[in-house]
Design a protein around this ligand. Structure first.
Ligand SMILES: Nc1ncnc2c1ncn2[C@@H]1O[C@H](COP(=O)(O)OS(=O)(=O)O)[C@@H](OP(=O)(O)O)[C@H]1O
Length: 899
């Protein structure tokens, strides 16, 4: 039965019988006629019915199952204004910008900005980040940064946010910069700022080039002959006004210039002015030996983003050329989950198949990837259930992935067996309905359990589904989208998902947030289009509801793919998730290693984190070492404190967890937190852990900061020479064969041609003592106020004072009086803990060992070895405001000077 909406807003079937009467407000019209009431009363009653019907329609019908029965004529059709779609051909391949010159510079861009906060500078930086192009920001007008490194240029292209800053540079710097550009064949990009309107062209200082500013323009086009165009495809017109009324155009008076893009005057005053005006112009370098590209507008115009990427590629001689391959996967999540009225009917499934076929012609290998929660199969209206059936009839036309059986969030399962049982139900559903189960891909409802990691999910996925790939928008955070990254955990590859602007509730085009214009802008050069331009691998998440009703997802993806084809030379393709993941980590191998952030720093993450976990289970301060400086004594003395608690011991490494360095990091956050007693509070400033190997671990400061940015850090320093000797003795006692075969002196003097095990031992022995170098690394992540340095000699000789100072740094009140809890034990030769029975309880025999003193020649040699490091340490300590330089440091340095 076709349902029509009557002029008054009530709904009638084909028979003309009011459809609403059974369920809507009482229909009183006919009674009015029967009773022969006055015309006035009749009109009033009819009016009332009409109003009630309109109200009912707008408030109930649209969101009811009936909505799906109503023919909507608002459904958008993909229509891109593109000559190529009308038969114009695509160039077979884009030019290769690579030349030998690219080898003379690093693949990095130097961006001169007006200020660190200026808008265009920010846009440029964002574009570079989105494309993972390395860059350095420099405020123009200050002295130039170092441009070369040995015989290589540090930057492949220079960008001036404001061209005038380049033109008005002081003579000395300008000459230096131009010389660098000529010597290393480095090109310059400059953005002309908007200024006063100048109808008579103003000459660009020093160049045979003139500008007009503050113009309104329309209908942009590209020069098909330009050698710069690589990513960008020419031959089309971006119809309509260009954004902003402050465009600059260029007029050249020399053969060195070639127009890259032009547009037309958009002004009622100039109706007949049809001459193209150059908006982006290339300087081939025939005038002064430097290649440049000048932009007459900022990055507000979408096409300029592409032209800037192409300019970087061209001017860097291919060093900054991006791959032209783009892979696209569209996940259709919850294919059987949805309210009645939002689900797919047969027609929708047919449209899905038809669109898929059309997209396949443009994107080889493309198949919609359907995610299912079996429990909700056949939960729609009769027509929608037929839609479900039709999906299954075409099961092999799509790829499939498993969701949770009941769409439950995995982080809510504390018991992994229950989680597995739910997954088994979904798997059984798949088998019963002929849905393939071997894709190795799954997506978790609301990203739950993927990141922040819920170990149970990874375990259950592996066991039940043999999952190898998943995707999320949450790592490291939802926003900004350009910073989303991938990682690998427990051999499951987690890919970043991209944003497409469609959500579960975007069902009708007229209700699209911001209106249809906004969606079309996103498709036609805006966010969605740029996302595909910037990301070699795109996984978009959509929902079943986006494919019913107005079928917005079909419209969106077909349109954006056509727009990409129209305006770029990108080669689109698709592949199953496992292949995408392998490709992703081939492209970005450095991302494989995760960096665990703190779920409490992000309210979204907290929402999808198990309620059994709290940030109170993370330490407030870390004792970071280095080894053999007295860290165990400090750990033990801190543990006496009634207000301070440490981690639980590890079965392998005793009091140390050693999480941030080495393999334990890959065990994940749940593993780390299992060492800390659960606390109801959200922060435990007096909870700590000490792992002496943290100090010199290359990756440790970055990892520690990502998880514990507010943590305080405590380090103990003593003579690096004596520390190295203590470490050597410790290693011998632990049965290290090399240490037992070689004397200390042989170890520290081992040359680079010595056997590898000996070299390794030498490095492990000596490297931690390069204190300044390691501390600088920590300080590149943590502010100095969070770092407390303990003099190891003071800890040994006067631990009471050391601990009182430490309590002040940690702001622990009331302070605990250590003087009655620590006492010097002459037999041990160290301070020890005082027991309740007034005896001393000292550290075990492995701390404060007896061994012969270090040979003088070794000490002298180490003093020389550490001279530069110790000198740097003095400087660093002074910079940090330390009033007294430790005695051992003075001695290490003085003795060296005397020898
Ligand atoms: N109170 C007290 N008791 C015992 N030992 C003390 C104490 N204070 C400092 N020290 C010094 O600590 C050195 C061991 O350092 P660590 O605990 O950091 O070693 S480890 O890295 O954890 O193995 C240890 O080194 P060795 O003397 O070489 O054994 C001691 O010199």
């Amino acid at each position: 039965m076709v349902i029509k909406i009557s002029a008054l807003g009530s709904i009638k079937g084909e028979t003309g019988v009011p459809f609403l009467s059974a369920v809507g407000p009482r229909y009183v019209g006919p009674r009015c006629v029967v009773k022969q009431a006055t015309v006035k009363r009749c009109v009033a009653a009819l009016l009332l019915v009409s109003v009630a019907s309109i109200f009912y329609y707008t408030h109930y019908i649209i969101s009811s199952p009936l909505a799906s029965l109503i023919q909507r004529d608002t459904r958008p059709e993909p229509a891109i204004r593109c000559s190529m779609m009308r038969g114009a051909t695509r160039l077979p391949s884009a030019p290769d910008h690579r030349s030998e010159a690219r080898l003379r510079t690093d693949s990095k861009v130097l961006v001169f900005v007006e200020t660190l906060y200026s808008m265009l500078g920010k846009n440029i930086a964002e574009l570079l980040v989105s494309n993972r192009i390395k860059y350095k920001l420099e405020v123009a007008g200050k002295s130039l940064p170092v441009l070369t490194n040995l015989d290589k240029g540090r930057y492949g292209v220079l960008i001036f946010e404001n061209l005038n800053k380049y033109l008005q540079m002081d003579k000395w710097n300008r000459e230096l910069l131009d010389k660098y550009c000529r010597e290393y064949s480095v090109g310059i990009v400059g953005f002309a700022p908007s200024g006063e309107e100048s109808l008579v062209g103003a000459q660009l200082k020093g160049f045979p080039l003139f500008v007009h500013t503050n113009l309104r323009l329309k209908d942009a086009q590209l020069n098909a002959a330009s050698p710069i165009l690589r990513l960008t495809r020419s031959g089309e017109t971006a119809w309509g006004p260009l954004p902003g009324g402050d465009w600059t155009i260029f007029q050249a008076n020399h053969s060195t210039y070639e127009t890259l893009a032009w547009a037309y005057r958009d002004s009622l005053d100039y109706p007949a002015n049809k001459s193209p005006l150059a908006t982006v112009i290339q300087d081939h370098g025939r005038y002064d030996g430097i290649q440049r590209v000048f932009f007459g507008g900022g990055l507000r115009f979408w096409l300029h983003n592409l032209l800037l990427l192409d300019s970087l590629s061209y001017l860097s001689h291919g060093q900054l050329s991006l791959s032209l391959n783009r892979m696209i996967l569209v996940d259709v999540d919850d294919i059987f989950v949805g309210e009645k009225g939002t689900r797919l009917r047969k027609n929708d499934v047919m449209a899905l198949l038809a669109t898929q076929q059309r997209i396949q012609a443009l994107v080889p290998g493309f198949k919609f990837n359907l995610g299912f929660s079996g429990k909700y199969f056949h939960h729609g209206t009769t027509e929608e259930n037929l839609g479900d059936d039709m999906l299954l009839e075409n099961v092999d036309k799509f790829t499939w992935f498993s969701h949770m059986w009941n769409h439950q969030q995995p982080h809510l399962y504390e018991n992994v067996t229950h989680l597995q049982l739910d997954m088994v139900l979904n798997k059984q559903f798949a088998k019963d309905h002929g849905i393939p189960t071997g894709s190795g891909y799954s997506v978790s409802p609301h990203h739950s359990g993927v990141y922040p990691v819920h170990e149970g999910l990874y375990e259950a996925w592996k066991k039940v589904w043999n999952i190898k790939v998943t995707s999320t928008e949450e790592y490291p955070h939802l926003r900004p989208a350009r910073l989303r990254r991938g990682f690998i955990h427990r051999n499951i590859m987690v890919l970043p998902r991209q944003t497409c602007g469609l959500f579960t509730h975007t069902i009708f085009i007229d209700r699209y947030p911001g209106g249809r214009d906004k969606l079309d802008k996103s498709i036609q050069g805006g966010e969605l289009f740029q996302t595909i331009v910037h990301n070699p691998i795109n996984i978009f998440m959509t929902h079943m509801s986006n494919y019913g009703n107005d079928r917005l997802a079909l419209y969106t993806f077909e349109s954006v793919i056509k727009f990409i084809q129209c305006w770029t030379n990108l080669r689109l393709s698709s592949a199953p998730p496992l292949q995408l993941a392998e490709k992703y980590f081939q492209l970005y191998p450095e991302e494989a290693d995760p960096v665990w952030g703190n779920p409490c720093d992000d309210p979204r993450h907290q929402k999808i984190w198990s309620r059994n976990k709290t940030c109170g289970q993370l330490p407030g301060f870390l004792v970071i070492g280095p080894q053999k400086t007295g860290t165990t004594a400090l750990y033990t003395f801190l543990s006496i404190h009634p207000a301070i608690s440490s981690n639980l011991p590890s079965p392998d490494t005793f009091e140390e967890i050693q999480f941030f360095n080495g393999k334990n990091y890959y065990k994940g956050l749940d593993w780390y937190m299992s060492f800390f007693p659960a606390s109801k509070n959200d922060s435990s400033p007096n909870l700590f852990e000490k792992s002496a190997t943290y100090f010199d671990g290359e990756l440790v400061p970055r990892r520690a900061h990502a998880l514990l940015p507010k943590a305080k850090l405590i380090t103990i320093l003593l003579s690096p020479a004596r520390r190295a000797y203590s470490w050597y003795q410790h290693t011998r006692v632990h049965g290290d064969l090399v240490a037992n075969n070689y004397s200390f002196h042989s170890v520290i003097t081992a040359s680079d041609t010595a056997p590898k095990p000996l070299r390794d031992l030498r490095n492990r022995c000596l490297n931690p003592g390069k204190y300044a170098q390691h501390l600088e690394r920590w300080l590149s992540y943590y502010p100095p106020q969070q770092l407390h340095i303990i003099d190891g000699e003071q800890l040994r000789q006067n631990p009471v004072e050391t601990l009182h100072e430490l309590q002040r740094f940690l702001k622990i009140t009331p302070a605990f009086n250590y003087s009655s809890h620590l006492r010097y034990d002459p037999k041990k030769g160290f301070f020890c803990q005082v027991t309740n029975e007034d005896r001393t309880k000292c550290l075990g025999k492995s701390k404060g060992r007896q061994y012969p003193p270090m040979e003088d020649k070794s000490y002298k040699l180490l003093q020389r070895y550490y001279l530069s490091h110790n000198t740097a340490l003095v400087k660093l300590l002074k910079r940090l405001g330390l009033r007294t330089i430790p005695q051992w440091l003075k001695e290490d340095l003085t003795d060296t000077v005397m020898t």
